[in-house]
Design a protein around this ligand. Structure first.
Ligand SMILES: *Cc1c(COP(=O)(O)O)cnc(C)c1O
Length: 299
């Protein structure tokens, strides 16, 4: 079990933050290098459920750069569980990139399969999925299930959550943000920044994991994906490098860099009233920065 005492809350004052607004960063990225940030919270109750069901093997899904795959491999190694990663793409191998290499080094069995088989395997009714269920405990791609969201409800317990008016968090499958919305209180507004293009379907995905009537209000921001998932332009790199220079906080190219950039743009559009107190959840993902050429990021 990772050590929560490593998580810090850091007030920051980047040059784009007006003095009338307060911004804190909840540094989940500090939890663990491999079981990064939000991924631990999504795995926690899934691993417990597997244990309770007497299962020794965890099977899950992801792409070649998946933080979820990296985290599952490391968490299973720590918990003494066998891990199987179903990886989207036949052309990929264990030495394709640092994420795959790390997952394999942590003992995960990697199975590289075609995109269509990958899709089929995830369908609960499909024979290929049924086959996986015979092998072990199956966690959906990105840990997107009720157990995943339940773990993410605990994120807000790590900070004085009630002191914030706004909470901003990156959104891939929507599991993390669903847990945060469930745990947030009346009067708070949660902003889920989608890093995927055209992802209005996430609204339904998030809603499917919400309690009956969450106390907080929320919205899905579909306009700050920066070109789409994994699209990394120079503006983003410049923003991230400057943010690091001004605050000492590293961000990742897929999720947290874009989320902070969204925050800066929303501030610029006067979205946040004076005296807003914003909490940005740093969901981690720094291992993914190894996909960048050396020197592109200044950290
Ligand atoms: C996976 C990931 C997310 C997205 O989390 P979801 O629960 O899938 O929405 C956000 N930030 C980072 C750093 C991630 O690795």
């Amino acid at each position: 079990m990772p050590d929560y005492s490593k998580i810090t809350i850091e007030p920051v004052q980047p040059s784009w933050l007006p003095s009338s607004v307060h911004l804190d960063i909840l540094r989940l990225d500090k939890l663990h290098m491999e079981i990064s940030g939000n991924k631990w919270f999504k795995l926690k109750y899934n691993l417990l459920a597997a244990k309770e069901a007497g299962q020794q093997t965890i099977i899950t899904f992801g792409g070649a750069f998946s933080n979820h795959i990296a985290a599952t491999a490391a968490a299973c190694r720590d918990a003494g569980l066998t891990a199987v990663g179903i990886i989207r793409g036949e052309e990929i191998s264990a030495d394709t990139n640092a994420t795959m290499a790390m997952a394999a080094a942590n003992g995960m069995e990697l199975r590289f399969i075609s995109r269509s088989t990958y899709r089929d395997m995830q369908q609960p009714g499909h024979p290929l999925h049924q086959q996986l269920l015979q092998e072990g405990y199956v966690i959906p791609e990105g840990g997107h299930n009720a157990a995943g969201a339940k773990g993410c409800e605990e994120i807000l317990q790590l900070c004085p959550a009630s002191s914030y008016t706004h909470i901003i968090c990156a959104c891939g499958t929507g599991t993390t943000v669903a847990g945060i919305i469930n745990a947030a209180t009346a009067g708070q507004h949660v902003i889920a920044v989608s890093v995927l293009k055209g992802a209005s379907y996430l609204e339904t995905e998030i809603r499917s994991l919400l309690r009956q009537a969450p106390a907080a209000t929320w919205e899905l921001d579909t306009t700050h994906h920066g070109g789409g998932y994994g699209k990394i332009n120079e503006d983003l790199i410049t923003f991230m490098n400057k943010f690091f220079l001004e605050t000492g906080i590293p961000t990742d190219v897929i999720y947290t860099g874009k989320t902070l950039m969204a925050c800066a743009e929303l501030l610029n559009q006067q979205y946040f009233p004076d005296n807003s107190r914003i909490l940005m959840i740093h969901t981690g993902g720094l291992q993914g920065n190894r996909s960048q050429p050396p020197g592109r990021l200044s950290f």
